[in-house]
Design a protein around this ligand. Structure first.
Ligand code: ADP
Ligand code: MG
Length: 474
């Protein structure tokens, strides 16, 4: 396959590619496209580059614009879903019977709902991920993989990628490829800063809730620095710190180590493994508090795969946008086929369809973080095991999206450099702030392109599969 940049013979010139990779690794260090190492994940004494593609990858301009445009609609949708308790109850009713993690989140949700929310401020930082599906007619269309409403990462490093590729292309003598700026980190920080300022206490801080192992810390740091530049103070703490030292005062203000917390920004807490019983208690305390939660428990649930599937049912988007048919059609046009596997006729039909032709689908449990989805023959194994039990409701079924492969080289520490067939996934960051009933900020906050070898069905950058990339618009 030819390289889509029109490099022609240059792309098969291994010596040139090796030389460009050396230049690129130094550029990654210079521009901050870096990570800590697996060997020493909590130290910055020795760091390495984050995996990246040697060249940017082509994305049709019209499709990129479509993803940018629909992002504000998705922001509104997540917010509306998070405020509709009847919908959330119905959508997740079958799932919480069989999926313990979603059930635990739901318990907290119900608790907060009954007690009454303490914060009139909502802050959402999400990322809607897409692949460009190539249909039988050869037409490419934007199809959503999922929307991440908690700990959507790489807004920091993605903003450093344009400088890296611009330099590589310059050195390669390719001057006509335009790599656009990526403002993700600035706009995401603007959202957090806005929520912090509405909270209204100069002494209060933003708390990044982080994990023990901090390989991807520079992605966080870029956002932190942007906040400090806006005079918004940031601290980083773990669940254990909240358990040991956190408390609420009589007005449910959250305090920790003498700091009043204005915003809790979760970069952790999206997988069952992230929770001990104590951590669940800490999550509940934060959710009950006056602090702005990013996301709050309802918006976290709004990002589950079951909710994504329920939103694709006829009439549901109209329920959320009764006066805005344009938003409905913009959103709906990005949906791939999504199917409930709940017991009953509809679920039975989906199940039979998947068993007949498993390669056309992806089977998804209610999990985040990559590597959980089920493909091919394994779909039949799993479905045959659960088909006569309510356990099937732990999964949803989705049409498999098949993007056009392109050639690129992935530069990854410890892996040989070789041109390979790759698939890209485009993410759009969204940010919104609501104060009471009024949306005071709603923006598309830049993009993330991740590219992986077509050998892998699943897995992100952190999982060691995908690499950071830039779109070049064609
Ligand atoms: P996670 O929450 O674990 O990130 P995703 O739904 O994003 O779950 O899926 C993980 C990966 O699986 C995606 O990055 C993509 O590579 C692949 N994938 C997910 N859904 C589909 C689909 N419908 N068609 C093709 N690939 C998919
Ligand atoms: Mg994903």
């Amino acid at each position: 396959m030819a390289c889509s940049l029109g490099l022609g013979e240059k792309f098969t010139d291994r010596a040139l590619l090796e030389q460009l990779a050396l230049v690129a690794k130094d550029a990654a260090a210079l521009h901050g496209v870096i990570m800590r190492t697996k060997e020493d994940p909590n130290s910055s004494e020795v760091v390495s580059y984050a995996p990246f593609t040697l060249f940017p990858s082509p994305i049709p301009k019209s499709i990129f614009e479509q993803a940018r445009l629909v992002q504000k609609d998705f922001n509104l949708l997540v917010d509306k879903v998070s405020r509709d308790s009847t919908f959330l109850e119905q959508a997740l009713a079958s799932t919480i019977i069989v999926d313990n993690f979603t059930a635990r989140l739901f318990q907290i949700y119900r608790h907060v709902l009954q007690e009454g929310t303490s914060s009139p401020i909502n802050l959402g930082l999400n990322r809607s991920d897409y692949m460009l599906h190539c249909g039988e007619n050869g037409m490419t269309s934007l199809k959503q993989i999922e929307i991440n409403t908690i700990a959507a990462s790489f807004g920091g490093l993605a903003s450093r990628m344009p400088a890296l590729h611009r330099h590589v292309l310059n050195v390669a003598g390719i001057h006509d490829v335009h790599v656009m700026d990526n403002t993700s980190v600035v706009v995401l920080a603007r959202g957090i800063g806005k929520a912090w300022s509405i909270y209204g206490s100069d002494r209060a801080v933003v708390m990044f809730l982080v994990e023990e192992t901090q390989i991807n810390i520079f992605d966080h740091r870029l956002l932190e620095h942007e906040l400090w530049n806006q005079n918004v103070p940031v601290i980083r703490r773990k669940f254990e710190d909240v358990t040991e030292k956190g408390c609420l005062d009589g007005e449910k203000r959250l305090f920790l180590d003498g700091h009043e917390i204005a915003v809790v920004y979760y970069r952790y807490g999206y997988m069952p493994q992230h929770y001990t019983e104590k951590n669940w208690e800490a999550r509940l305390m934060m959710e009950r508090s006056r602090a702005v939660k990013c996301p709050d428990i309802a918006s976290h649930l709004a990002g589950t795969k079951k909710v994504q599937q329920e939103l694709s049912k006829p009439g549901i988007l109209e329920r959320f946008f009764p006066d805005n048919p344009d938003a409905v059609s913009r959103i709906r046009s990005t949906f791939a086929g999504l199917y409930s596997l709940d017991q009953g006729d509809e679920g039975d039909r989906a199940l039979a369809m998947a068993l007949r032709d498993p390669d056309m689908f992806v089977l998804k449990p209610q999990r985040e973080g990559g590597g959980n989805n089920i493909y091919g023959e394994k779909i039949c194994h799993v479905l045959n095991e659960v088909k006569d039990s309510p356990e099937r409701s732990a999964y949803i079924l989705m049409d498999k999206i098949t993007p056009l492969p392109v050639s690129n080289c992935i530069v990854r520490r410890g892996s040989p450099l070789k041109p390979q067939t790759c698939l890209s996934e485009l993410g759009m960051f969204g940010v919104y702030v609501r104060q009471g009933t009024e949306m005071v900020l709603n923006e598309c906050a830049g993009h993330l392109l991740r590219t992986k070898s077509s050998e892998f069905a699943d897995g992100g950058v952190a999982a060691g599969v995908a690499a950071l990339d830039n779109p070049y618009l064609i």
